[in-house]
Design a protein around this ligand. Structure first.
Ligand code: SF4
Length: 428
C-alpha cells in the first residue's frame, strides 16, 4: 500500500511542479514514506535523515516530509526530535501534501498533519488521475482495520475501516487500464472487509471483483491482504465463477495454534481456517495459498510452534512471509513477556527451511509444463523479459521481441529459488 500511496503522492504534487528524480542528491524535496509494522522503523527514518544531512552538508537543505505510519505514530515527537524535518504527514492526510509543500516554501512553517481524514483524502485523490502505467498495478479499495489483533499497530496508524465507493474504484481501474494495466491488485489492510453501501445496494469485495471483471482489457485481478473471518461465501463463489480472479490467495494465519490465535485476538481458530482453505479448494481445484507467520509470540510453546509446522505441511503454503514477533509500542501484546530470543531465532530458521522446501517443490512441479505468464518488463541490459504466472511466480524468458504486456504460455525448463525460466510455447 505504501507503494500505491507513494505513486499517488507523485500524482498529487505534479501540478505544483514537482516530479520524481533519479538523482536523489539533487532533490528539492524528500518524502520519506514510512512503514511501522516492524520494530526499528523509526530508527530507520532517523538513520535515513542522518544520511541526507551528510549528503546535503554543503548544499541548500532540501524540504523533508516524513509520511506514512511512522509519521502517524510519532507525529509531533518527530518534529521536536529532528529539526531537519519540515513536516510529518499521516497516511490519511497525504492529500494535503501540495498545500503543505507550498506552505513550507512560503512561510517555512513546520507542519504536523496526522488527522484521520480518509474520506477527504479519497475525495481529493479522485480529482487527480492515476498516472501509473505499469502492466500490473495496485489499486487501494479499502483502508484501516477494526480487528485489533493484539500485536498490530495498523488500527492505530491507519485508523478505522473505510471502503471507497464502487464507482470511484471502477473509474480509477479504467484509468489504469487506459494507461496500459492488464492486471490490478486490489489493496486494503483488510481488503475482504470491503463493504460499500449506497442508497440501494451493499457491495462487497465479490461484487467489486465481478464488476471489474467486466472490463474487457483487464485480464487479471488479485486482492490482498485478507482476514480469514471475512472470507465470505460470495467471495469463495467468486473464485469459482470469475476466471480473471487469479488462483492464489494470500491468507495470513500467523500461527498454527488455536491457543496462540486466541491470545493474538485473531478471532478465528485453526479448524475454521482449514475449512476456508478446503471450501476454496473445492470450488477452485489447483488454487494455492500463501500466508504470514509470526514466530515466538508471547506464550508460544514448542507444541504451539510444532502445530504451525504441521499446518504448513498440510496446506503446502508457498511464497509466505515469516518474522520473529516484535513488540510494537501501544499494542496489548507489548505488555506481555517476550520469549527467549534464541528460541525464536531457532524456530524461525526451522520454519523458513520448511517454507523454502515447499517453494522449491512447488517450482519443481512446473518443470516441462506450461504456465501462463503476463510479461511486465524487460530486464535492463539483457534480452530477457520478466513476468508473473497466475500463482505470482516470477518467470524469466529470453526474447529479442518485446514481450511487455503480452500474455503467453511458457514452457518451464529450469528454476531457482526466486524464479522459473522457460521458453515461449503459445501466444494467446
Ligand atoms: S487484521 Fe491485519 S491489519 Fe487488522 S489488526 Fe489484525 S493484523 Fe493488523
Amino acid at each position: 500500500m505504501n507503494k500505491y500511496d507513494s505513486d499517488r503522492i507523485l500524482d498529487l504534487v505534479r501540478p505544483i511542479g514537482y516530479v520524481a528524480t533519479d538523482k536523489a542528491a539533487d532533490a528539492d524535496c524528500y518524502v520519506l514514506n514510512t512503514c511501522h509494522i516492524r520494530e526499528k522503523a523509526t530508527d530507520k527514518v532517523y538513520h535515513d535523515i542522518g544520511r541526507l544531512k551528510k549528503e546535503f552538508r554543503n548544499k541548500k537543505k532540501p524540504m523533508l516530509l516524513v509520511t506514512g505510519c511512522v509519521a502517524q505514530a510519532e507525529n509531533a515527537e518527530m518534529l521536536k526530535r529532528e529539526k531537519y524535518i519540515d513536516g510529518v504527514v499521516g497516511p490519511q492526510s497525504y492529500h494535503q501534501i501540495p498545500d503543505i509543500i507550498k506552505n513550507i516554501e512560503n512561510e517555512k512553517n513546520k507542519v504536523n498533519s496526522t488527522e484521520f481524514e480518509v474520506i477527504e483524502k479519497f475525495d481529493s485523490l479522485n480529482l487527480v488521475k492515476n498516472s501509473n502505467s505499469k502492466i500490473s498495478s495496485f489499486l487501494t479499495i479499502q483502508e484501516g482495520c477494526d480487528k485489533f489483533c493484539h500485536f498490530c499497530v495498523v488500527p492505530y496508524t491507519r485508523g478505522p475501516e473505510h471502503s471507497r465507493s464502487l464507482d470511484e474504484i471502477i473509474i480509477e481501474a479504467k484509468q489504469l487500464i487506459e494507461n496500459g494495466s492488464k492486471e490490478i491488485t486490489l489493496l486494503g489492510q483488510n481488503v475482504n472487509a470491503y463493504q460499500y453501501k449506497n442508497k440501494i445496494n451493499t457491495y462487497r469485495l465479490a461484487d467489486l471483483i465481478i464488476e471489474l471483471s467486466k472490463l474487457k482489457k483487464l485480464k487479471r485481478i488479485r486482492y490482498t491482504t485478507s482476514h480469514p473471518n471475512d472470507v465470505t461465501k460470495d467471495l469463495i463463489e467468486a473464485h469459482k465463477s470469475c476466471e480473471k480472479l487469479m488462483p492464489i490467495l494470500h491468507l495470513p494465519v500467523q500461527s498454527g495454534s488455536s491457543k496462540i490465535l486466541n491470545a493474538m485476538n485473531r478471532k478465528h481458530n485453526i479448524l475454521e481456517y482449514c475449512k476456508i482453505i478446503n471450501d476454496l479448494k473445492k470450488v477452485k481445484p489447483g488454487i494455492k495459498f500463501s500466508s504470514d507467520f509470526i514466530i515466538g509470540y508471547p506464550g508460544e510453546t514448542e507444541d504451539d510452534f510444532n502445530q504451525t509446522l504441521s499446518l504448513i505441511k498440510k496446506i503446502k503454503f508457498i511464497n509466505s512471509y515469516s518474522f520473529i514477533y516484535s513488540s510494537r509500542p501501544g499494542t496489548p501484546a507489548s505488555k506481555l513477556n517476550d520469549i527467549d530470543s534464541n528460541i525464536s531465532k531457532k524456530r524461525l530458521v526451522k520454519l523458513q527451511t520448511l517454507l523454502e522446501k515447499n517453494n522449491s517443490k512447488s517450482k519443481e512441479e512446473f518443470l516441462n509444463k506450461t504456465t501462463e505468464v503476463l510479461f511486465e518488463n524487460k530486464i535492463s541490459n539483457e534480452d530477457k523479459y520478466f513476468g508473473r504466472d497466475k500463482f505470482l511466480n516470477s518467470v524469466i524468458v529470453q526474447s529479442k521481441k518485446n514481450l511487455t504486456g503480452k500474455i503467453l504460455d511458457i514452457k518451464i525448463n529450469a528454476y531457482n529459488r526466486n524464479s522459473l525460466f522457460g521458453k515461449i510455447f503459445v501466444t494467446h
